[in-house]
Design a protein around this ligand. Structure first.
Ligand SMILES: [Zn+2]
Length: 452
């Protein structure tokens, strides 16, 4: 078997790229190990090429005339052997046509075999660099979609994806035949005065399938779900709302009514044993740093360091202080951009894109276009990347905070239920109760609010 080594001057600036000498040396070692005589070493330099094309790469063209059946093409790794997927496809097709084996990263692939074509394609798809590109591209698309009111991200319960039959890309979300009526039913019943708990019990008893994220209908999740503006056909993005392009499941008037009903304090009983105080388990003791819980002082609720009994403070003024601080801060911010780290937003977009991609492979596996074992391999490769991106995206501004920004901060805060307010508090601030001199009433300077 005759080996042709193909190396490329990397335009990669991330520091992961290798010089052509290094690439060649690794490839030669591989040839020695496998016992392939090296017939030729071809080097391309695509730095400065406006876009990838065969004409920008003389060595690539030479490759096309040199490679013959029985040869093996040796490259550094899939992601360095081509600048993008189109280039990968060219290289793959070339090997496949010529009956040439392809070796990289210590593995040998026979591209006439479906499994090997799949494996090399996957390696190319999953190259680090590609993930970076996805990130940038998705971020752009995400912004463009927001401006155009097109849906993005996970398909919410009640909708299903409508895909382009040619490309398989998600084009639009359309009402799901079974789930959409459930969304409408939940909305109708809440507006009619049914408790969320009773609706959840009923749906569970009827065996109505839930959104994939939860095995059964739970009141808290149902409230979160039904409050989503997306059901009223509203696209929210970075604190702004634009009309969406998809079909609403409930009217905007009903949506507003649902928000009003679900943030009515009289309904807190439907939240079961969830906390009903703004800062219990969140606020920390300024002396020992333990979280504080609810206590009673002369019949009034207070936050108390129940661990070491260091400090205690009346609850109402502390809640008021924290709420006012958050409202004031949010009212000054016009867009999420001011709070948001672009890298983190990009991570969120990457996570969504990778999840969508994984979903696409789920469809492929379900319809037999790829084998289940191939799917397992994809999943094993994609999931850690998704999780990493999601971890990074945790720091992204919470959508609830997005709702609070701007001049309607106070109104929107007042509309929120206690759980949502607690979520906002956790997202935005750290609160500490400092030791204060006794007597003299409430002293705000002994409550410390730090912005996260
Ligand atoms: Zn303490």
């Amino acid at each position: 078997m005759r080996a042709i080594i193909y190396t490329r001057v990397s335009s990669d600036t991330s520091g992961r790229g290798r010089s052509v000498e290094e690439q060649e040396s690794v490839c030669r070692q591989e040839c020695d190990r496998a016992g392939w005589p090296v017939a030729e070493v071809l080097i391309d330099n695509d730095i400065g090429a406006s876009r990838f094309s065969a004409k920008d790469r003389p060595a690539y063209r030479k490759l096309a005339s040199t490679l013959a059946a029985g040869d093996v093409l040796v490259t550094w790794e899939a992601s360095r052997a081509q600048r993008d997927l189109a280039a990968y496809v060219q290289l793959r097709d070339l090997c496949s046509e010529r009956g040439v084996m392809w070796s990289y990263s210590g593995k040998l692939f026979d591209l006439s075999r479906g499994d090997d074509r799949f494996a090399t394609g996957l390696d190319a798809l999953l190259a680090e660099k590609e993930v970076d590109q996805i990130r940038d591209r998705v971020l752009r698309a995400h912004r463009a979609n927001a401006a155009a009111g097109r849906p993005h991200g996970q398909i919410p319960y009640g909708y299903q994806a409508q895909r382009d039959p040619d490309t398989g890309r998600i084009e639009q979300r359309v009402p799901h035949p079974e789930q959409a009526p459930i969304v409408r039913e939940i909305a109708r019943r809440i507006i009619a005065g049914d408790s969320v708990r009773s609706i959840a019990t009923d749906l569970n008893a009827r065996g109505v399938p839930t959104a994939a994220t939860s095995p059964s209908w739970r009141p808290g999740l149902m409230v979160q779900m039904i409050r989503r503006a997306t059901y009223a056909g509203i696209r929210t993005h970075r604190g702004t709302s634009v009309p969406g392009t998809w079909e609403p499941l409930i009217s905007q008037e009903d949506h507003r009514q649902l928000l009003a009903i679900l943030s009515d304090p009289a309904r807190v009983s439907h939240r079961g044993s969830k906390p009903t105080h703004l800062l219990t388990g969140i606020v920390r003791c300024g002396v020992c740093n333990e979280v504080m819980w609810r206590g009673k002082s002369n019949g009034a609720s207070s936050y108390r360091c129940t661990e070491n009994f260091c400090v205690s403070r009346l609850m109402d003024p502390v809640d008021l202080l924290v709420a006012e601080a958050i409202i004031a801060r949010c009212a000054q911010v016009q867009s999420v951009d001011e709070l948001e780290d672009p890298a983190v937003a990009a991570a969120a977009a990457t996570a969504r894109e990778l999840r969508d991609r994984l979903e696409g492979f789920v469809d492929d596996a379900a319809e037999g276009r790829i084998s289940r074992s191939a799917f397992m391999r994809i999943e094993q490769t994609l999931l850690p990347k998704i999780r990493a991106a999601e971890r990074q995206a945790q720091a992204v501004v919470h959508p609830l905070v997005g709702e609070l920004l701007g001049k309607n901060a106070r109104t929107n805060w007042e509309r929120m239920g206690i759980e949502e307010r607690r979520t906002v508090v956790r997202a935005l601030v750290s609160v500490k109760i400092l030791k204060a001199p006794s007597g003299r009433g409430f002293r705000p300077e002994f409550v410390r609010v730090d912005w996260n």
